[in-house]
Design a binder for this molecule. Sequence first.
Ligand code: SAH
Length: 241
Amino acid sequence: MKRLHWPQAAPGALRVDGAAFHHLVRVLRVGVGEAVELFDGKGAAFSAVVESLGAEALELRVGAAVAQGQRAPPAYLLQGLPKADKLDWVLQKATELGVDGVFPVEAQRSVAKLPRGADAKLARWQKIVDEAARQCGSAAVPTVGTPAPLDDVLRSLPPSTLVLVLDEEEQHLRLGAALTGKLEQPVALAVGPEGGWSREELAVARAAGAVGVTLGKRILRTETAGLAGLAVLRHLQGLLG
Ligand code: SAH
């Protein structure tokens, strides 16, 4: 199904021009009479049909909201800022796995701090998740936070969120075990950067009520750890696998 992100999507007639027109006509090559799906990025999707096609705009007839699949409690990824463009990849894959928000953390051991031109970066990150949500058929587009230190990010989460800090030095508590009986509440997985979380950050997180968990004996790279954690979470919640 050809899909378009349209934040104000609602039933009725809709004129589409500009970048969205370009995307539908030049990239997706829609034609008159063709069905497309609009999604609003907040969880609703609508079926639509192309009614007419001009040189610079097209008209859509937008129908009723399409029933969405199973809803799950929100899952957030708190990702210690990794090197170079690794976060781009994490954003794309985490969206595919059903994340609701990715909050980059300027961790004490992050080599990359808040990058110059942060606004441009944020716009690019948002574009990556938009694109990934559209590609995987999700009506919800994840939020991407502005990079901030761990304590600020923890304070910004909804109060009922269970925060699990992925810690390769935790010897006993497995992620799956920590989630037992907690599958109906929002969960945030906090993954350190390449150098891991500092002792101070682990202490800050514990003081804020977070729990340290392990994914097992293997030390995973930062970009693998969060995705593996999300896959476990979404599996236990019945959404994956
Ligand atoms: N401190 C280590 C490796 C850090 S791995 C070093 O430099 O040698 C980067 C991050 O991935 C960690 O902070 C942790 O959040 C996550 N991680 C990797 N392997 C993990 C595991 N087996 N269990 C839990 N978290 C893990």
